[in-house]
Design a binder for this molecule. Structure first.
Ligand SMILES: Nc1ncnc2c1ncn2[C@@H]1O[C@H](COP(=O)(O)OP(=O)(O)O)[C@@H](O)[C@H]1O
Ligand SMILES: O=c1ccn([C@@H]2O[C@H](COP(=O)(O)OP(=O)(O)O)[C@@H](O)[C@H]2O)c(=O)[nH]1
Length: 240
């Protein structure tokens, strides 16, 4: 078996990634496909933590733009991430992978609360840990929650899995001529306002020297190649 370059990883998936071709909600086939990608990582010996967004259900900023109180909207967004995490736990367990949801918001009847040492224990026991509820605070994003948890659990790598191939000079969805950056520094991402991840999340990675990979989740097997040391997507580190 090929040795792993990264043993403990935190994988961030956007809520929208779960929609597949749908306009909202969760596509069970897509969920199963992502669960199989995680299964391959665990089978290779990796410890995997997941943060899943909530944008396929609610985003506080979107609700606030339609007149709702922002804090209420953010609470709804955070609860949406709990639903996504439960759905992913179910998909993982159906593949035979033990998984635990730990929420930053207390929803005791539904899942465990987040506790740092308990999370480490789950990972060491080979369970996939799904960090739900974002940071537990309004005005933050699940990207920031992913950076925070990655630093807390001492992950070897934070992977932002998205629908584009990595970091570009501008959003490649709206600017197809944007240049691909295979490697860049946190400061370059901040300076050039490369909005693949929010600034709070990038600053946290920078200040704690957490290496960050941005990659396409729809490229089957790419995650496994990545933790075995292949150059997949874009790498964001201290020096480019
Ligand atoms: N400079 C950039 N490089 C790469 N992607 C970018 C950039 N600026 C904006 N994006 C967009 O950011 C998205 C990644 O964020 P993601 O969390 O997957 O989506 P969202 O948070 O909007 O649900 C990509 O799909 C891409 O369209
Ligand atoms: O720490 C957090 C994380 C998330 N959210 C809310 O939850 C929503 C869903 O998260 P996000 O937009 O990050 O999801 P993604 O874009 O990854 O699907 C956000 O819009 C916020 O309203 C929040 O208030 N605090």
């Amino acid at each position: 078996m090929t040795a792993l370059v990264y043993r403990r990883i935190l994988l961030k998936l956007s809520g929208e990634a779960l929609m597949g071709e749908g306009a909202h909600g969760i596509d069970p086939d897509v969920l199963e496909r992502y669960a199989r990608e995680v299964q391959a990582l665990v089978a290779a010996g990796a410890q995997v933590a997941l943060v899943i967004g909530g944008g396929n259900i609610f985003r506080g900023a979107g609700l606030a733009a339609r007149g709702m109180d922002r804090v209420t909207g953010d609470h709804m967004g955070m609860l949406a991430t709990v639903m996504n995490a439960l759905a992913m736990r179910d998909a993982l367990e159906r593949l035979g992978l033990p998984a635990r949801v730990m929420s930053a918001l207390e929803v005791d009847q539904v899942c465990e609360g987040y506790a740092h040492r308990r999370a480490l224990k789950h990972l060491e026991c080979g369970r996939v840990v799904l960090f739900a509820g974002g940071t537990g605070n309004p005005f933050f994003t699940t990207d920031s929650a992913a950076s925070l948890r990655a630093v807390e659990i001492g992950a070897d790598l934070l992977v932002k899995a998205t629908k584009v191939d990595g970091v570009y000079s501008a959003d490649p969805v709206t600017e197809p001529s944007a240049a691909f950056y295979p490697r860049l520094s946190y400061d370059q991402a901040l300076r050039e306002d490369l909005r693949v991840m929010d600034a709070t999340a990038i600053v946290l990675c920078r200040d704690h020297a957490m290496p960050l990979r941005v990659m396409n989740i729809n490229e089957t097997g790419a995650l496994l190649r990545l933790i075995r040391g292949e150059d997949v997507g874009s790498l964001v580190v201290s020096e480019s």
